[in-house]
Ligand binder design. Sequence first.
Ligand code: CAA
Length: 387
Amino acid sequence: MAATTIEGINFNLTEEHLAVQQAAREFAQTELLPTAIERDTHSKFPAEQVKKMGELGFLGMMVSPEYGGGGMDTISYVLAMEEISKVDASASVIMSVNNSLVCWGLEKYGSEEQKQKYLTKLATGEVIGSFCLSEPEAGSDATSQKTTAIDKGDHYLLNGTKNWITNGNSSSISLVIAQTNVELKHKGINCLIVEKGWDGFAVGKKEDKMGIRSSDTHSLMFTDVKVPKENRIGEDGFGFKFAMTTLNGGRIGIAAQALGIAAGAYELSVKYSKERKAFGMRIAEHQAIQFKLAEMATKIEAARLLVYKAARLKDEDKDYIQAAAMAKLFASEVAMWATTEAVQIHGGYGYVKEYHVERLMRDAKITQIYEGTSEIQKLVIAREILK
Ligand code: CAA
């Protein structure tokens, strides 16, 4: 049943939650902030920082300790995502894809053999993963898969191109969605675990992006790649359902990212408005700025409630499809709006790189696009309301 009310939601954070939040905040401030602008300028992948994220347990937060993960709940995950995204959304998308699109799906639907072989390495950050659904002609319209995985008995023969793949070059393990039986439409789609370096697997050019520039986005090409049958996740034809179910959780991660970007821009704006003087007083004393800050704080708090609600529903094993879509839709719109306001508050300083808010504004835009555009979130919400 669609979740339409705030059902017994308790947002009280435990000592453990607060410790995770604090650890993420410290990591973001000490390891990410000093190099964020430089990495953005040069589109430099945060290799050292990602390694540290693995050591600190941020790459497999919700994975069971049995497979090398932190065994934490989704609330812990969104708290960490928010703190890291306040500073560096490039780092947080790497984290989000590995946690919610790769590790979560593998743990939930993978075979024991797949978990031992792949999940343990992904959860500890020994390697990172990518999730390959989008194609040149299949973005929002994800059922129109042109990549094919032809059944050859003991293996699939994989052919096609995937686009805009986060962790495209840096990932060692990719979950690739491909069509096996065209007649069955989305019920003939599979998800295959593919290792980088297998014959026929090529990494395409790196995308020159508006934002999240230090994350690593590439197209991936597959030419007659032989994928063993044991690398298929779930039953034959389960791939599309796998992708959709995994994205439901992924959207909570991106909603938390959007929340973090908005909150980061807001915190910088509060600080700046207490320092900057105009017309003989601190700009925080001008009502024009106060109204902006008040509206930012209110919308960010509303986004936070939606994000926590979606995370809590997931932790309580309740239906969270609608809640996740609402959280992502709202938080990403707030992120775009709040970062634009932050640039406005910073004036000329906001338009140059030194004060971080212009980067946050560029980073915010993608949260309205990836893991389902705002329009797709509305479609998902409407379908849930009307079903
Ligand atoms: N959860 C679970 N199942 C879902 C679902 C959801 N949210 N949405 C659809 N499905 C299931 C349907 O139930 C249906 O299965 P059955 O036939 O077994 O009932 C199947 O999927 C097909 O659904 P529809 O018939 O509704 O198909 P559609 O073509 O009309 O709509 C869509 C599908 C919802 C638009 C889907 O294509 C979609 O979500 N598109 C957006 C894709 C997306 O989010 N891409 C993000 C790329 S990944 C990324 O960005 C990662 C990154 O790098 C950061």
